[in-house]
Design a protein around this ligand. Structure first.
Ligand SMILES: *Cc1c(COP(=O)(O)O)cnc(C)c1O
Length: 452
């Protein structure tokens, strides 16, 4: 008998038509309107797919977050993380609510300035700041958070040339008990790099060391990690006081608080399991209050919270193109929403609800986008009622990173509208047209003609 060839086993959970812990019912109720505006009307007026941002939710999120920190700590300042969502209207809402700007590139820096943010209230993070970027930031007296020694030396040089004393902080990374550690940005605490950078700044006498910064990760589910990080930064301030008799003005704890999205592979929805802003605030405020600060020397606490403030304020509306059965008989539904505009579908099981009432019969469904690409999957498995061609769905919690990481690919990027607190709808970004793309292209003269 010939030897049978070994084949690597593959384990795959069979989910089709199996009840979950909650039985066979669909996960959600229909969502026919957002902030008093009918989904069907939004799509009729602005097309499908369509991004929708709720101003009411944005403002209530930032107010609640501020309150969570301010009741625990006396000096708090939020700075809006531009890369999380840098649509001008969104940034302006945060600036109206008192948030400074937190930027990580020359492009974002210019965007904040153009929007009218005072340069002194721009925090400049990130590993790539060109000489031009730094010259501009020093000129505007912005807060420059140094990422590496090359940057530190460039600033020393520029401070001489410009005859200015730039306001700087260093970014510190550390072991917070959450792994893998984010140690690629800034200077490490445990191995002494952070203390080394601090000494270089203090002895040069060319910069004003105003703060210490960290950003320990993103979509963090462990508030205790922030407590550990705050303690380590507070330790550095003690050493600074002892050696240089220098008090820093602020401690910036970065962003990274988890939003209410559900990470792929989680059994329970993120709304039930992810920590609230209050839990993060408690960990950070306790660590700082319990540290060695005299009452009148308590540093300002800066927070660069991004996703936790904007994710649930964003919705993506879409329309059913068709239904099919896969080769295994599983129901598949094709939507007009592709992964090119919903990047976060690679790591979240987004909550998805039909926009119209439905019957109680539900079936495990695979949701595909419209792209001619096998990876274009919006949900691998979601219990949904039957959706007919032309019906609408609402994707929830899409406010963070999708409107900055989206790409024009095969289809054009859609409009974005804002629903204000009086339920008026404003277009805040036009949908792309063919000309939006071709306007940037150039064609060499000799390629202009062909005969077919
Ligand atoms: C991305 C980023 C943030 C915001 O992170 P979220 O996970 O969106 O809260 C804050 N600070 C820095 C330095 C960042 O790079």
């Amino acid at each position: 008998m010939p030897k049978i060839r070994y084949e690597r086993p593959v384990l795959k959970r069979l989910e089709s038509s199996m009840p979950n812990k909650f039985g066979m019912r669909t996960e959600y109720a229909p969502m026919p309107q957002i902030d008093g505006v009918a989904v069907a009307d939004l799509i009729k007026e602005h097309g499908s797919p369509l991004f929708v941002i709720s101003e009411k939710t944005l403002r209530s999120n930032i107010r609640n977050a501020r309150k969570a920190f301010e009741i625990r700590y006396p000096k708090v300042q939020f700075a809006w993380s531009y890369k999380t969502n840098y649509l001008n209207a969104v940034c302006s809402i945060f600036h109206q609510e008192g948030s400074w700007a937190e930027v990580v590139s020359g492009f974002e820096y210019d965007k904040a300035l153009a929007l009218g943010v005072n340069g002194r209230k721009i925090i400049f993070n990130g590993p790539e700041k060109t000489v031009e970027d730094l010259t501009k930031a020093i000129g505007h007296d912005s807060l420059i958070h140094i990422d590496h020694l090359e940057e530190l030396y460039t600033i020393v040089n520029l401070s001489e040339q410009l005859n200015k004393k730039p306001r700087v902080a260093i970014r510190v990374n550390m072991d917070t008990g959450v792994y893998p550690m984010w140690d690629r940005f800034g200077f490490n605490y445990e191995n002494g790099q952070a203390w080394d950078a601090i000494n270089k700044i203090m002895h040069s006498g060319r910069m004003e060391l105003v703060g210490l910064h960290t950003h320990i990760g993103t979509f963090m589910l462990a508030p205790f990690a922030y407590g550990t990080a705050a303690m380590k930064l507070a330790d550095l301030t003690t050493s600074l006081r002892e050696k240089f008799n220098h008090d820093i003005k602020y401690i910036d704890m970065g962003g990274g608080f988890a939003s209410k999205n559900t990470l792929k592979g989680s059994y329970l929805p993120g709304v039930d399991t992810n920590p609230s802003v209050d839990e993060f605030a408690e960990a950070i405020a306790s660590a700082l209050l319990n540290a060695n600060f005299k009452k009148d020397k308590l540093p300002l606490l800066i927070l660069e919270t991004g996703r936790a403030l904007v994710d649930d304020a964003g919705y993506l509306l879409g329309t059913v193109i068709s239904n099919k059965r896969s080769s295994t008989g599983k129901r598949t539904t094709i939507l007009d929403i592709g992964v090119n505009i919903l990047f976060t579908s690679f790591w979240y099981d987004h909550k998805i609800t039909p926009a119209q009432p439905f019957t109680h019969y539900a079936e495990d469904t695979m949701l595909y986008g419209p792209l001619c690409m096998n990876i274009d999957v919006i949900r691998e498995n979601v219990s949904l009622p039957l959706l007919n061609k032309g019906e609408h769905i609402v994707v929830h919690n899409v406010g963070a990173y999708n409107m900055t990481q989206w790409m024009q690919f095969i289809t054009l990027r859609p409009r974005v509208v804002l629903i204000d607190e009086a339920s008026h709808v404003h277009v805040i970004r036009e949908g792309e047209k063919l000309e939006s793309i071709t306007a940037m292209e150039k064609i060499p003269e000799y390629l202009r003609k062909f005969a077919l």
